[in-house]
Design a protein around this ligand. Structure first.
Ligand code: UGA
Length: 411
């Protein structure tokens, strides 16, 4: 959704092929089916003009460049499910059957190294009846953060283009004309791996900060003071060193698991990556331990959970760290009072039976304890609202609060 709208903003004619009719209708009316900062304004400029959505694959043959942007969710064993990649490739192949033109098929989805070469290429070629020189193949990973995706698209650190042959990459590269960023040209597999490696490294930085943060907490040190000093080293950089509840979302957990699976498949034991996941999975339990230290047995206690989205500025609750925390609260007999500025509805699909509130104050009323789980800026100045609780037992899992008496998970 973001890539297509931004490509229209760069001046291209873009057609989105989407299988859900309600989404197609919504996009064509200029209403994005997801929340992203700045997307609504940009989409309303281009919907119905340079940008159109349809459920019909047949127009694909009129495009120079075809981007595959489907999901690659985790299977039960942690490996990436490539069924949507395969079905999109098949549909593209069939749509290109009668075309006399040269087309470039580019994979934007996050896929294990080898997927473009071994799944996308043969499927498109088989179903189009063409040979490899007649269709170009590119792998072009995306590095957009949810919530900041439009800004990230327009101001990339780098654009990675892996290609099967030089000509495909040359034809594809100009779609980003107008953006100021170094272009990294690689093989297909290196581009696929750059995406996994980037996400795995960022996840590693977070787990590293969390592990050190847990040690710092025991020593009475504020890990944020430590990481502030550490991040000033240009070889380290200050980003993604924020300790707290750990990483969630639809990318880091799934991509690190897929990389672990991939490493094992080729006979490597990825001990570092396995630890990154383990630290992340333990972190929510530390919040529960801290909570019990503060308020004792949780049975019958009312606990306000502020923040349900996996991070701020999104309504997305996928793999949110609030999910295991709420599960544990329920298991220990607590009554959960939840509030998120945008993600109440997403979380209610996972936990329909807990109580949701329309403001932090409403959730805090009569609560025995409060857990702050997402780094929403609107939580920063909460203070007198905590007086609505039975007692001010406040645990901040994101270092977002400014009031003096909140206890930090790693500080
Ligand atoms: C991540 C990457 O940052 C993007 O570059 C990538 O394109 C995207 O995945 C993807 O693969 O599609 P995203 O999942 O949207 O983006 O969100 P992040 O901002 O990376 O945050 C992920 C999680 O890490 C959140 O739960 C956040 O709270 C947590 N986090 C982030 C920390 O705990 N500490 C930090 O210092 C930073």
């Amino acid at each position: 959704m973001v890539s297509s709208t931004c490509l229209a903003e760069l001046g291209h004619d873009v057609e989105i092929i989407e299988i859900f009719e309600d989404k197609v209708r919504s996009i064509n009316l200029g209403i994005p089916p997801i929340y992203e900062q700045g997307l609504q304004e940009m989409l309303s400029r281009h919907a119905g003009n340079r940008l159109k959505a349809t459920t019909d694959y047949s127009d694909i043959a009129n495009s120079n460049v075809i981007l595959i942007c489907v999901g690659t969710p985790p299977k039960n064993d942690g490996s990436a499910d490539l069924s949507m990649i395969a079905s999109a490739s098949k549909a593209i192949g069939e749509a290109l059957k009668d075309s006399k033109d040269y087309h470039v098929v580019a994979v934007k989805s996050t896929v294990p190294p080898g997927t473009t070469r071994n799944v996308v290429m043969p499927t498109v070629l088989e179903h189009s009846g063409k040979c490899s020189g007649e269709v170009g193949f590119v792998m072009n990973p995306e590095f957009l953060r949810e919530g900041l995706a439009v800004q990230d698209f327009m101001n990339p650190d780098r654009i990675v283009i892996g290609s099967y042959d030089e000509a495909a990459g040359d034809l594809f590269a100009p779609i980003y004309q107008g953006l100021k960023a170094p272009m990294v040209r690689t093989s297909l597999t290196a581009a696929e791996m750059i995406k996994y490696a980037s996400n795995a490294f960022l996840a590693t930085k977070i787990s590293f900060s969390n592990e050190l943060g847990n040690v710092c907490k025991r020593l009475g040190i504020d890990v944020y003071e430590v990481m502030n000093g550490v991040g000033m080293d240009h070889r380290i950089s200050p980003h993604f060193l924020n300790a707290g509840a750990g990483f969630g979302g639809s990318c880091f957990p799934k991509d690190v698991s897929a990389l672990i699976h991939l490493a094992k498949d080729v006979g490597e034991d990825p001990i570092l990556l396995k630890s990154v996941v383990e630290v992340n999975e333990r972190q929510p339990m530390r919040i529960i331990e801290l909570l019990e230290k503060r308020v004792g047995n949780l049975a019958g206690k009312k606990v306000a959970v502020l923040g349900l989205a996996f991070k701020n500025d999104t309504d997305d609750a996928r793999e949110s760290r609030s999910i295991p925390v709420i599960a544990e609260l329920i298991a220990r007999g607590a009554k959960v009072k939840a509030y998120d500025p945008k993600a109440n509805s997403s979380m209610s699909k996972i936990y329909p039976a807990i109580d949701y509130f329309q403001s932090a104050s409403d959730a805090l009323k009569d609560a025995d304890a409060c857990l702050v789980m997402t780094e929403w800026p609107e939580f920063r100045n909460l203070d007198k609202e905590f007086d609505l609780m039975r007692s001010r037992a406040i645990i901040d899992a994101r270092k977002v609060l400014s009031c003096k008496d909140a206890e930090g998970i790693c500080w």
